[in-house]
Design a protein around this ligand. Structure first.
Ligand code: ATP
Length: 225
């Protein structure tokens, strides 16, 4: 069983998250994707960061759409329940120890998030224990749909290990000792949570950017105003 771990602030969850998760689930393919909202220290919860309960509720609403059930999406509060900040390495250990057995885990993230991985706690250890699926994302200067992503290759070879090499046959960077890194070009969807928060603040329409139930929740709670 192949399980994707999809972390993020989901502040709020939007159609970009949902669309790329569907594409990875069906196309990679994976059997299941677990959405894992990250903890944000309470002092950083301001008008721009919704609290953990609201971010969880918005994910629940987004994923309660029947058509998404078929995609075997789940939500986990494992990072929200842990004390202190979220560290992906702890989450990976959690899943690999509690959901072990016949399961293979993959960390899913957009290219923008991957390019910051050298700031993460114990990031080098991650490459020893889990495979990555790095998705294309609009907003950077290389072609989003090409199978090979040169900035990604440069980043991997200079920040992770020069011994990662691209296999066009398997569409992944492989390494003699470390776990593979897959590059998966998804349909470019130019939506970000930052964009949605800005639109909401300026009282502009957001209905094509996130599920209608999530929009209704945001309005009813007066979030991001
Ligand atoms: P913000 O604008 O607040 O930084 P975001 O839209 O990037 O938020 P996150 O919750 O931070 O959303 O993203 C979670 C993960 O989903 C990250 O790995 C991010 O790269 C990826 N992601 C989000 N939106 C897209 C998108 N439109 N296409 C591809 N990947 C995306």
């Amino acid at each position: 069983m192949r399980v994707g771990l999809f972390g993020g602030t989901f502040n709020p969850v939007h159609n970009g998250h949902l669309q790329v998760a569907k594409e990875i689930k069906d196309g990679f393919p994976l059997d299941k994707i677990i959405f894992i909202p990250s903890a944000i220290p309470p002092h950083k919860e301001t008008e721009t960061v919704a609290n953990a309960d609201d971010r969880m509720n918005m994910l629940r609403i987004a994923l309660s759409d029947n058509s998404l059930f078929a995609h075997a999406f789940e939500i986990s509060d494992v990072e929200l329940k842990r004390n202190g900040p979220s560290y992906t390495i702890d989450t990976v250990h959690h899943y690999q120890s509690t959901m072990a057995g016949n399961k293979q885990f993959y960390l899913i993230m957009g290219r923008d998030a991957f390019f910051e991985i050298d700031t993460w706690k114990s990031y080098m250890d991650l490459f020893d224990i889990i495979s990555f699926i790095v998705m294309s994302r609009p907003g950077s200067n290389s072609p989003v749909n090409s199978a090979l992503c040169e900035p990604l290759e440069r980043y991997i070879q200079s920040n992770i290990s020069p011994h990662y090499e691209y296999s066009s046959l398997e569409k992944k960077y492989h390494h003699p000792d470390k776990m593979p890194i897959y590059y998966y070009p998804v349909t470019p969807i130019d939506i970000s949570a930052t964009m949605i928060r800005k639109l909401l603040k300026n009282k502009m329409p957001v209905h094509s950017l996130l599920p209608s139930g999530v929009e209704a929740y945001i309005k009813s709670k007066g979030l991001y105003t």
